[in-house]
Design a protein around this ligand. Structure first.
Ligand code: OSB
Ligand code: MG
Length: 368
């Protein structure tokens, strides 16, 4: 595969319902898509960076800039056998993992098409259907949240995760548990707490949560390890794990007992697979996180979730929870049992709705 050209596009897509975390509320996603053009094939990738540098330091305008100035030129004109070769070609640029992941994943997407095999098989997937949970944001009221949880459970989702922060935590968890004592339930703080909240976080043990995700600082393992020793509930790290080396350090320290794998956060499929394999050898389950992806990133998350150590339901849920119309066909659909069936078609297994993509595009740039 010779990389002949790279197209960047920004799409603006309103969410069907706002999404709020401890770091802020989003009404409309600005989606950065990249296309690698190679021998008449198109590989597509999504950069999952946020609109603002609040989840991590990456944000869409920064990602666009680093791709145009550095990462795109490092790939243009190169001939690749596999998506696996991309990280080395981009290694001179430090960090910028979500920007790198968009390009690397596009190369895997093209490779699967070129080889005529499903992307999930190329990644090493072994299952034909994946288990789905949902991430339910902070709402305007407790009633609104309970209503959302009810809707998602009725739709069949296997695990409910709620976003928490100081002032939106124990009362909400109390109400959910009072109504649904036995569901798989977890919470995600996106780094909203400090060690001063240790006793408070300990009090979450009574809710029998599957896990507490990233309660402390986004770059921390050490204090998470200290906290984990005090809790019965498993901690899960999201933000803090950016590489397989991080996963090794975090697990050896005892900073968590579960790992959230987001392919953007860790810089692409190669690193996500390496984290998966390390955690598997360590006997720790992983699950696939989400970043409010459009159909491109969502289809890639579905493919990644077929690897064997993705043992817990992920934040990979139906397109219609996010978008009035997704940019892929078919959309990602979830069964009444809370599963997504993977396709046997070559490549990502979902066609692109090119007309819709064009209509939603607000910025476009071609690198040659
Ligand atoms: O921490 O998992 C997170 C969305 C944006 C940024 C961070 C996170 C999330 C989610 C949403 O929880 C998961 C999804 O439904 O895509
Ligand atoms: Mg998270």
């Amino acid at each position: 595969m010779r990389i002949d050209a790279i197209t960047l596009r920004e799409l603006t897509i309103p969410l069907v319902h706002f999404f709020e975390t401890s770091f802020g509320r989003t009404y409309t996603r600005r989606v950065l898509l990249v296309t690698l053009h190679s021998d008449g094939l198109e590989g597509w990738g999504e950069c999952v960076a946020g609109e603002n540098p609040y989840y991590s330091e990456e944000y869409i305008d920064g990602a666009w800039d680093v791709i145009v100035r550095y990462l795109g030129p490092a790939l243009l004109g190169k001939t690749l056998q596999s998506g696996r070769e991309v990280p080395l070609l981009l290694a001179q640029v430090r960090e910028h993992r979500m920007a790198k992941a968009a390009l690397e994943n596009a190369a895997w997407d093209a490779e699967a098409q070129a080889k005529g095999i499903p992307l999930w098989k190329l990644l090493g997937g072994t299952r034909r259907e994946i288990a789905c949970g949902v991430s339910v944001g902070i709402q305007d009221s407790h009633e609104q949240l309970l209503q959302k949880v009810e809707t998602e459970l009725a739709a069949g989702y296997q695990r409910i995760k709620i976003k928490v922060k100081p002032g939106w935590d124990v009362e909400v968890l109390e109400k959910i548990r009072a109504r649904w004592p036995d569901i798989l339930l977890s919470c995600d703080a996106n780094s909203a707490y400090t060690l001063a909240d240790e006793q408070h976080l300990k009090s979450f043990d009574r809710f029998k949560l599957l896990m507490i995700e990233q309660p402390l600082w986004s770059d921390d393992f050490y204090f998470h390890a200290r906290l984990q020793k005090q809790l019965q509930t498993a901690l899960c790290l999201d933000e803090a794990i950016r590489s397989a080396r991080d996963a090794e350090a975090a697990l050896e320290l005892g900073a968590c007992r579960i790992v959230n794998v987001k392919v953007g956060r860790v810089g692409g499929f190669s690193e996500a697979i390496a984290i998966h394999h390390f955690a598997q050898r360590f006997g720790v389950p992983v699950w696939c996180g989400g970043m409010l992806e459009s159909g491109v990133g969502r289809s890639h998350n579905v493919a990644l979730s077929t690897l064997p150590n993705f043992k817990l339901p992920g934040d990979v849920s139906a397109s219609k929870r996010y978008w009035k119309d997704d940019i892929i066909e078919p959309e990602v659909e979830v069964s009444a049992q809370g599963t997504i069936a993977v396709s046997d078609k070559p490549g990502r297994g979902y066609e692109l709705r090119k007309d819709l993509i064009e209509a939603l595009t607000v910025r476009k740039e071609e690198l040659r």
